[in-house]
Write a protein that binds this ligand. Structure first.
Ligand SMILES: Cc1cc2nc3c(=O)[nH]c(=O)nc-3n(C[C@H](O)[C@H](O)[C@H](O)COP(=O)(O)OP(=O)(O)OC[C@H]3O[C@@H](n4cnc5c(N)ncnc54)[C@H](O)[C@@H]3O)c2cc1C
Ligand SMILES: Cc1cc2nc3c(=O)[nH]c(=O)nc-3n(C[C@H](O)[C@H](O)[C@H](O)COP(=O)(O)O)c2cc1C
Ligand code: SF4
Length: 596
């Protein structure tokens, strides 16, 4: 609903399956007349705001079904399940295929009855329809397998059935993958052929996609993808067909979206994650308020949450999933609030509290705002984080918050300030492993190196193969440095909950670089001109000019301890509670202000 209010022209409701007869999964299902009423209420409300609504429909996930490890999913053919490759899928019988076709027609008719303006087939990304369409996942020898004509039979019969149940004038959009980017997946050439077949079959518009679960970052974009990541494919498809084409994939920058339209590379700009981060994107763009767009940082917390079965959530938009629960109401009891720390947690808290009418002052020890986000945004490949940071700093400037930079807070001064409430958002401190000479001149902290406070030589050992270590290594390697990552555990990103696509893309960037990675290797000692490492039981000397520490963070509660019982109310938020993510810092900042 927020998207309709925010000015989106067409809202595609996330995938609805036609039946759970062949798979159980945590998706929406539109299979019964009883569900029409609720859907109609939603569509009606969207219509009142002038938005059109399209319902995405699907016969299921097939081999990508979120089954348990013991139950083989149904699929086009007996191929390994995506999530549990030891499970070999059960191929649908011809009768079951016909049953699915009937059911999808009924689902589309329910959407139409509820007032939907269109349906979109989930024919992309290796889901069930795409499995039928792709020889890699379809080795049937009946009329639904083999030639492209046979593999297209399942989607084409479904399109025909939707025409039967909904009529010729009801718009059908088909989202399909032009190329999967995996060996034996769909080639570009076949993808363009598929576009022409779908047009001939009478679909009204195409929605272009890219990649598959095996190369997930093409499909669900990450912070490391470049902008307009699918536009080249859309442009190629547009040359083959006369029907309108939709394109998504990092089109959240208004100038880039406008350029794609002006250059005729797409007919419609579709926003995925940027729409989650800021449902008011269209209104803000229309009125030229680009700087006020809450920028998506393409962290995929939303996607990670969805895979964990949680409600839709967003790192930077605390309202997401709680639009009807959370409000910032004007206060009738203005309080005097002192926020310590100008990272994302402190900024969010200060902005929101001021918006409610509280009197807010923020102290930041550094001469600049941003906290650890400044380092997160430093590499060129993380510019999306920088855009979010710019948005937050701009919003803080437009607010009534008094910001004092280069103002390190000490307990006595905080107590003397006599605030009604003190919010500690001081973040966490870098962790130094307890080994000899760890504070030597040739040891630098990742934050300082990323933001350019400390320079490094040509040969670098980065200690820690987590997100911070890997990104620091990539940034230094891109500057021509000879970099080695030393990671104590047997794998990269140990203990970090990264979404699959972000992790895949980061690993790809590492594999394309000249960075050397030592896993199961411990830093033993720092010495002049290098360090001693223990590589799976063997001590070795690693010659390097500098050692960059990215060994994680440790929260420091010393300020909190000094303030307990000395200030009227005390709240700690973000990484100073425990080192975590943007998501937790922003959400805890928001709730501290909301519940004040
Ligand atoms: C290189 C790097 C990359 C990262 N990438 C990601 C990512 O992709 N996604 C993600 O979710 N998270 C990422 N993180 C983690 C994320 O940046 C942090 O979780 C987040 O910044 C925590 O926010 P915060 O406001 O709690 O603390 P911080 O951002 O640490 O801010 C705390 C602020 O308090 C100030 N301060 C401290 N003590 C005092 C004092 N006594 N007086 C005044 N000011 C004080 C500090 O100077 C600092 O500005 C990354 C971190 C790093 C270092
Ligand atoms: C949390 C989440 C849920 C999604 N669910 C669907 C879905 O149900 N159907 C669909 O076609 N695409 C879905 N997508 C993919 C997006 O539609 C889009 O193709 C992708 O995110 C790339 O576009 P973007 O860079 O604008 O985010 C989802 C994406 C995310 C992040
Ligand atoms: S969770 Fe991250 S990727 Fe998803 S919409 Fe929010 S900022 Fe964007």
């Amino acid at each position: 609903m927020e998207h309709a209010r925010g000015g989106f022209g067409l809202i595609v409701l996330a995938c609805n399956i036609a039946t759970d007869k062949y798979e159980t999964r945590p998706n929406n299902m539109l299979d019964s007349f009883h569900k029409v009423g609720r859907l109609e209420a939603l569509i009606d409300e969207c219509h009142q705001h002038g938005a059109k609504v399209c319902v995405q429909i699907s016969p299921g996930c097939g081999r990508m079904g979120y089954s348990d490890p013991n139950t083989p999913p149904y699929a086009a053919s007996a191929v390994p399940s995506c999530w549990f490759p030891d499970l070999i899928c059960k191929p649908f019988s011809i009768e079951q295929i016909h049953d699915l076709i009937k059911k999808i027609g009924y689902t589309a008719s329910l959407a139409k009855t509820a007032g939907a303006d269109a349906v979109e087939f989930q024919g992309y990304g290796g889901y069930l329809i795409d499995q039928f369409m792709t020889s890699l996942w379809n080795n049937r020898i009946d009329e639904y397998g083999g030639s492209l004509e046979n593999r297209m039979r399942f989607p084409l019969e479904m399109i025909k059935e939707v025409r039967n149940t909904c009529g010729n004038r009801f718009p059908i959009i088909f989202k399909f993958t032009v190329t999967h980017e995996i060996p034996e997946g769909r080639s570009m050439q076949e993808g363009l052929e598929v576009a022409k077949i779908l047009e001939k079959a009478g679909v009204d518009a195409l929605h272009v996609d890219h990649g598959s679960h095996e190369q997930y970052y093409y499909q669900i974009t990450t912070v490391y993808n470049h902008d307009a990541s699918k536009i080249h494919l859309c442009e190629m498809v547009k040359k083959e067909v006369a029907i309108p084409v939709f394109c998504d994939g990092k089109l959240g920058d208004p100038e880039i979206a406008e350029k794609a339209l002006q250059e005729g590379k797409t007919d419609f700009v579709a926003l995925g994650k940027q729409a989650i981060a800021d449902p008011e994107w269209p209104k803000k763009v229309k009125s030229g308020r680009y700087g006020e767009i809450r920028r998506c940082i393409y962290c995929n917390e939303c996607h990670l949450g969805m895979h964990q079965g949680k409600y839709l959530m967003c790192a930077v938009n605390p309202y997401c999933g709680h639009e009807k629960d959370y409000f910032l109401t004007a206060t009738d009891n203005p309080k005097n609030l002192l926020v310590i720390g100008g990272g994302p947690g402190g900024m969010e808290c200060a902005i929101d509290a001021a918006e409610r009418g509280h009197d807010v002052e923020l102290w930041e020890q550094r001469p600049l705002l941003g906290g650890n986000l400044t380092a997160a945004a430093a590499p060129r490949f993380k510019k999306d984080v920088g855009k979010y940071l710019d948005y937050m700093i701009g919003k803080l400037k437009r607010s009534n918050v008094r910001v004092r930079l280069s103002k390190p807070a000490e307990a006595e001064e905080i107590i003397a300030y006599d605030a009604d409430m003190v919010v500690l958002a001081v973040g966490a401190k870098p962790f130094f492993p307890p080994i000899p000479s760890i504070k030597g001149d040739n040891v630098k902290i990742a934050y300082n190196v990323l933001v350019g406070i400390e320079s490094v030589g040509e040969r670098i050992a980065v200690i820690g193969g987590g997100l911070v270590g890997c990104e620091t290594a990539l940034m230094l390697n891109a500057k021509g440095k000879d970099v080695t990552i030393i990671e104590m555990m047997g794998k990269l990103f140990p203990g970090e909950a990264l979404n699959r696509n972000n992790e895949q893309m980061l690993k790809r960037l590492l594999s394309e670089s000249s960075i050397k990675i030592y896993l199961g290797t411990q830093l033993y000692r720092v010495k002049k001109g290098g360090c001693i490492i223990n590589c799976q039981g063997t001590e070795e000397e690693l010659l390097c000019d500098d050692i960059v520490l990215a060994c994680g963070f440790k929260s420091d509660d010393s300020l909190e301890t000094q303030l307990i019982d000395k200030v009227r109310e005390l709240k700690t938020i973000g990484d100073c509670v425990s080192p975590r993510k943007v998501y937790t810092a922003v959400h805890e900042g928001f709730h501290a202000a909301r519940l004040l």
